[in-house]
Design a protein around this ligand. Sequence first.
Ligand code: NAP
Length: 332
Amino acid sequence: MVYQPDENRYQRMAYRRCGQSGLKLPAISLGLWHNFGDTTQVENSRALLQRAFDLGITHFDLANNYGPPPGSAERNFGRILQEDFLPWRDELIISTKAGYTMWDGPYGDWGSRKYLIASLDQSLKRMGLEYVDIFYHHRPDPETPLRETMKALDHIVRQGKALYVGISNYPTDRAREAIEILNDLGTPCLIHQPKYSMFERGVEDGLLTMLQEKGVGCIAFSPLAGGQLTDRYLNGIPADSRAASGSRFLNPDQLTAGKLEIVRELNALAEKRGQKLSQMALAWVLRNDNVTSVLIGASKTAQIEDAVGMLANRHFTEQECANIDTILNRTR
Ligand SMILES: NC(=O)c1ccc[n+]([C@@H]2O[C@H](COP(=O)([O-])OP(=O)(O)OC[C@H]3O[C@@H](n4cnc5c(N)ncnc54)[C@H](OP(=O)(O)O)[C@@H]3O)[C@@H](O)[C@H]2O)c1
């Protein structure tokens, strides 16, 4: 059956301005790191994208290496895009990245002009696109001069292969320097993509403030700490969960008794607010106006529905924030 998006999709989502740019992003964006590679049934990936778009999620985030195997998430996304979403290309913000190991030899990793330009060309081919909306440098490179990496981003925009550029995983000082170089070059940095959740609060130490001062947006990745900040693991480790999948990013050892106790307390607090823990965790990241969007992952359409349901209750009292801090600061 030909996909027809829900016509009420734009009434269900909030859109937030990305820094001081002209671009607005949905408060919730969908990442394709997991569940879009060749180990997932394409029909499941298709259902996730369709449900997301039906709920007003206009932003899909990829990277050259998403899979497994690397490249397959872009290829599968490209196929679904051609089959289902082509009439709505102009309603979508599609991002990809380069910066982690992608191919053998010295030109398939890190931040050289050689790597970034070749990698984006490969990504565009895999997705069947002429341009992406946002192209990121995925992680800082300690060896390549920052100006070379930023000039490559500037060049890519001038070539028309990306409309905007961003950086990811850059610490505050390096990010400031990158933003200043890009400003100098006349291609402002649209957005930074750091990790941010109740369990990973490093961005609160200056990065968010600096981004706001510079007028750069922020999209928070892994806002549910890969699923830890949900009810997923309250009664053991489900067979279909990320922690059971052999992921090196979330393994059963990380789900310690102490951490689960914290999760249980947060869950009780969320219940008092009349929402699920996953919803409270997303609302908490968005409580900060400097965060443009939360970048979630999902293995099931119901998880995307949960996320969007959060929008009905995003407000926190000072007391609730203090209670959350107390729970999070407890060492067990
Ligand atoms: N720039 C970078 O270096 C970088 C790094 C990592 C990620 N990212 C981006 O961020 C995106 C999201 O990362 P992430 O997948 O780690 O995000 P996340 O939102 O913290 O975790 C998503 C996982 O949590 C579980 N989940 C989600 N909603 C749930 C719910 N309502 N109830 C129970 N469980 C729920 C699902 O896992 P199950 O499989 O257990 O169902 C889901 O796959 C990625 O796709 C990627 O685009 C970027």
